[in-house]
Ligand binder design. Structure first.
Ligand code: ADP
Ligand code: ZN
Ligand code: ZN
Length: 712
């Protein structure tokens, strides 16, 4: 009789240990590292991942038996598991929690899972096994099944493998994922019916010659279908100006077929690629320097001003890495992901790119997971894409490396994706490029210490020049009565001029620290904490000023403690109020707002960006969301309503954030030949950070900031 065999597995639970199970002799030949097995724990079933085979179990403890094997090949790699272990120990999380965030729900069955149907489920019945078909049929009637119900229907305990197959066929979904309210986008498409041939359509036209509308719609289809036979119905209707019923009539007459298809959120399904424009001399020099420094450094900071063409340089590095047969991970802050950059990279690399972000549904995630295992050359994603099963990682690009959203707060593991990326790269012998126009102090310090290489690009690409920054002294504006609500005279004038020239404006208001602080309108007094040198916030409910750092409290003064003037202003206001104010000042302008509230629904973010791109918006008000991922050519004015709010935010990185935000948002202005204008409103026009930002003097900013930090 065969000896019992034991394995160690990890489970997607916050349990601090690795579990040992017994493998029955019939399954022993199949078990290997990285495969999923179905195991009982307490009174439930889970899919666990094998991390060790040939285990000697603790003699005190009799392991339970596994129920079934789910996979025939590994779904994680050994390097990936090592990386998870590092994350788990470095960020003090259980390995189960790491697994839980890393593995898409579709690969994480448990007896708690509920299964629901994907649209078109029964269309796939043709290639289902009997068991799969039984389940599919039951779901299409009942809409939702529990694992227990599936066990009853099949009259057996081992059901995970059947569910796995249905998931892989795209027939079902795991329900928990629906928390993200994913609805596949289904659209109608038109194809020419099989009975007709493009080269001879006289018969077809004959059939509809009496209907001008139908002829019109059919002609539109023919013209749109020149390059690709399947055309979106929407496009046909748009081009012909006809209603859906007309197309329906064409279908009835047998000229065309209408098919329903899921469309990708990233636009068209056929991606045409083209060669990117050649590198400029400056860019070529930067690339040469990158090559040279990669000789003895594994990590490089690409410090390039906004619009210098960092993305263009990444493209070259991606190409070189691909040519070596290695994979590239391109990390971006979540919000920047869904926009232009994706389209830009796809236009060069086509379907060589896989995109991974939090708004995908679980089938898409599983698909991408498997693609990564199968050596997909480029993975573009937010921080969680670090956890994918790379085969052969050669390069990690961390774009906008300074961005605070690289830090994961909840749930565990609370990791910083930039730092974790560096570890992941070193484990895999891969190179790292950190790209930004405003390096984090930590990264810059590492270049000074020669731990990282440094490549600078100080000019924008082509004729585009950095915008002109002006500081507007709000004290003066208030005292001379020049303010229209929150807008100074110079800023109003700039926006007016932009409107007259049909150019666009961005108005930035950082929403963080929503509670207002107190400020004197005549002198430079502002409510600061005597202990911590940060701003105090007004708590109306308690009628007091409070420090969010040390807890200091003081009653709200009636008059200014410095000059005695009795007009203390609460400063700090939300974007919604600003939107209303702008509409009042510029009644004919088309104003929109982009912040957390207006972008909650799916696609709202893309819609606003798109409207802005198509110049259906004159003035866009927004939070830091507007600082990212926008490369539009018609923005001539950027207004920062209250820089002070960022400067006095209670955090030791406040100044660094302020420098980054002002520089990044300014960088949106004037991307073509014409120089953009940036107006920074502040009560502290002489604040060192404001002055450094004004001249984009990073090195002075860096040195002063470092001194400050040492001092405290
Ligand atoms: P960054 O990422 O540094 O902000 P981008 O790569 O977005 O800069 O480039 C800024 C703009 O300049 C983009 O519109 C881009 O298409 C254009 N651009 C950059 N490099 C080139 C080039 N070599 N040839 C033509 N256009 C370029
Ligand atoms: Zn005062
Ligand atoms: Zn304090």
């Amino acid at each position: 009789m065969a000896q019992p065999k034991f394995i160690n597995v990890i489970l997607p639970l916050a349990v601090p240990r690795i579990y040992t199970y017994e493998v029955p002799p019939t399954l022993q030949a199949q078990v290997d590292f990285g495969m999923r097995v179905e195991v009982p724990l307490r009174s439930k079933l889970y899919s666990a991942i094998i991390v060790e085979t040939d285990v000697k179990p603790d003699p005190q403890h009799k392991p339970r038996k596994i129920v079934s094997m789910i996979d025939t090949s590994a779904i994680i790699t050994r390097e990936q598991y090592q990386f998870w272990q590092w994350l788990s120990s470095y960020y003090m999380t259980t390995i189960g929690e790491v697994m839980n965030v890393a593995v898409p729900a579709g690969l994480k069955l448990s007896s708690e899972s509920k299964i629901i149907a994907m649209p078109g489920l029964m269309d796939k019945a043709g290639d289902m096994s009997d068991h799969e078909f039984l389940i599919a049929e039951a779901i299409s009637i009942r809409e939702e099944l529990t694992i227990q119900e599936i066990q009853d229907i099949l009259d057996k305990k081992t059901v995970f493998p059947v569910i796995k197959n249905l998931l892989e066929k795209g027939a079902i979904l795991i329900k928990e994922e629906l928390k993200t309210k994913y609805k596949p986008k289904i659209e109608d498409f038109i194809v020419l019916s099989d009975s007709y041939d493009r080269t001879d359509l006289s018969g077809a036209f004959e059939k509809i010659k009496r209907s001008e509308h139908q002829t019109h719609a059919f002609l539109s289809y023919i013209s749109l279908s020149k390059d690709k036979p399947v055309v979106s119905k929407k496009d046909v209707l748009e081009m012909s100006g006809m209603k859906g019923a007309v197309v329906k009539a064409l279908e009835k007459k047998g000229l065309v077929d209408i098919i329903r298809k899921e469309v990708s959120r990233f636009g068209g399904q056929i991606i045409e690629t083209s060669e990117p424009p050649p590198l400029s001399t400056t860019q070529q020099e930067a690339l040469d320097s990158i090559h040279k420094q990669f000789g003895d450094k594994d990590i490089l900071l690409l410090f390039g001003v906004t619009g210098s063409g960092k993305t263009r340089i990444y493209m070259e590095l991606i190409r070189e890495t691909m040519a070596k047969g290695q994979q590239v991970l391109y990390l971006l802050p979540e919000i920047a992901l869904t926009t232009q950059i994706t389209a830009r990279l796809q236009s060069v690399f086509g379907d060589k790119i896989g995109i991974y972000h939090s708004r995908m549904n679980n089938n898409e995630r599983v698909e991408l997971w498997n693609a990564t295992l199968n050596n997909k050359p480029i993975l573009l994603g937010a921080r969680s894409s670090l956890l994918l099963p790379f085969r052969n990682l050669g390069l990690i690009i961390v774009d906008e490396e300074h961005d605070p959203s690289y830090k994961q707060n909840d749930p565990a593991p609370r990791y910083n994706a930039r730092d974790a990326a560096i570890y992941l790269a070193s484990m895999n012998g891969a190179k790292v490029i950190l790209g930004t126009a405003t390096p984090s102090l930590e990264t810059y310090q590492n270049t000074i210490d020669k731990k990282y290489g440094l490549v600078k690009i100080l000019e924008r690409h082509g004729a585009s020049v950095l915008p002109e920054l002006t500081v507007i002294d709000l004290k003066e504006q208030y005292s001379k009565n020049l303010m229209s609500s929150l807008f100074s005279k110079p800023l109003v004038d700039l926006i007016q001029a932009a409107l007259a020239n049909k150019e666009q404006s961005l108005i930035f208001q950082n929403r963080r620290g929503y509670a207002p602080t107190l400020q004197c309108v005549t002198c430079d007094w502002h409510a600061g904490c005597p202990n911590c040198d940060v701003g105090l916030t007004v708590h109306r409910y308690f009628e007091e000023l409070r420090c969010h750092y040390c807890g200091f409290r003081a009653p709200i003064p009636r008059d200014c403690p410095q000059c005695g003037f009795d007009q203390l202003k609460k400063i700090g206001f939300g974007t919604q109020k600003i939107e209303d104010e702008i509409k009042a000042i510029f009644p004919t302008a088309r104003v929109r707002r982009m912040d957390y509230d207006t972008t909650k629904t799916k696609n709202a973010y893309e819609r606003i960006l798109n409207d802005f791109k198509e110049q259906k918006i004159d003035i866009l008000v927004g939070t830091q969301m507007i600082t990212k991922g926008m490369d539009f050519h018609n923005i001539s004015v950027v207004g920062i309503l209250l820089a002070d709010k960022m400067l006095y935010f209670p955090d030791f990185r406040a100044h660094e954030r302020a420098f980054q935000l002002i520089t990044q948002v300014s960088g949106r202005a004037g991307r073509r030949a014409r120089q953009g204008k940036v107006a920074i409103q502040t009560f502290n026009p002489d604040h060192p950070v404001i002055l450094e930002t004004l001249t984009y003097n990073y090195s002075r900013f860096y040195k002063r900031e470092l001194r400050e930090r040492k001092r405290f």
